[in-house]
Design a protein around this ligand. Structure first.
Ligand SMILES: *Cc1c(COP(=O)(O)O)cnc(C)c1O
Length: 235
């Protein structure tokens, strides 16, 4: 058994256990394997272990990895961009990724919609929310998220799927839950406001350290790197 296979099984067990503890159906939580800094060989190991959705932070690295994995494996995987997207990288994202979870400005969303190739399905998108208000952090402020969602949802080549957040590490489970619950409340408020023609279905929150708290608070997608692929030397 490869390390990645064993790690993936452990992460799936954590997700299942957290779902049962929260009275939730494990089918309601997807696992995104965050493969940043790891090579195509690690992705292929994870694919062999049944994993199909992968997250990349660095756009150039991600684009190269997508091509390398496609050459080895074929094309039926889903790639999520989860790192900062500057204007000069929107074309690469629009042409290569299936999802982008890290959009926090209308201008970036407009460029992604304009640049999404016609032969591909709409780019699936989550808005990144700065849920704990860290001064230097990416993400739309919670009080501005509804207005941004309303505008992004109108763009023709995008499908607004939900919200994504990366809160600061919390001291304990209850503190982590409280922060994730704020994201959950915002998600519910936007859906209930009637400003979207399609309700959002994805609440992307929880990583290696806090996936149990995120699931407790209602996460539908956890993004896990370290617990699957091991520690990273940087980033
Ligand atoms: C790196 C990263 C992750 C995964 O973090 P781990 O702690 O290694 O599980 C998830 N989401 C984002 C946005 C990341 O940058």
């Amino acid at each position: 058994m490869t390390t990645i296979l064993r790690n993936l099984q452990e992460v799936r067990d954590r997700i299942t256990t957290a779902c049962f503890a929260a009275g939730r159906n494990p089918a309601g939580v997807q696992l995104l394997a965050v493969s940043k800094t790891f090579g195509a060989d690690a992705v292929i190991d994870a694919v062999a272990a049944g994993q199909h959705a992968f997250g990349e932070n660095y756009i150039q690295e991600g684009v190269e990895k997508i091509a390398a994995v496609r050459a080895l494996h074929g094309g039926n995987l889903l790639w999520h961009c989860i790192g900062p997207v500057q204007s000069n990288k929107t074309k690469l994202v629009a042409e290569n990724f299936d999802w982008v979870q890290s959009v926090d400005r209308l201008k970036i969303a407009q460029r992604l919609s304009d640049q999404r190739p016609a032969h591909l399905p709409p780019l699936q998108l989550c808005l990144q929310v700065n849920i704990d208000g860290g001064a230097n952090k990416s993400g739309v402020l919670p009080e501005e998220a509804m207005a941004l969602a309303t505008e992004v949802a109108k763009l023709p080549r995008l499908a607004l799927r939900g919200l994504m957040s990366i809160p600061e590490p919390a001291a304990d489970f209850s503190v982590a839950c409280a922060v994730h619950e704020r994201a959950r409340s915002l998600f519910d408020a936007i859906n209930q406001a009637g400003v979207l023609s399609q309700p959002m279905d994805t609440l992307s929150m929880g990583m290696t350290a806090d996936l149990e708290a995120a699931i407790h608070a209602g996460s539908t997608m956890v993004r896990v790197g370290t617990a699957i692929f091991g520690g990273r030397s940087s980033a």
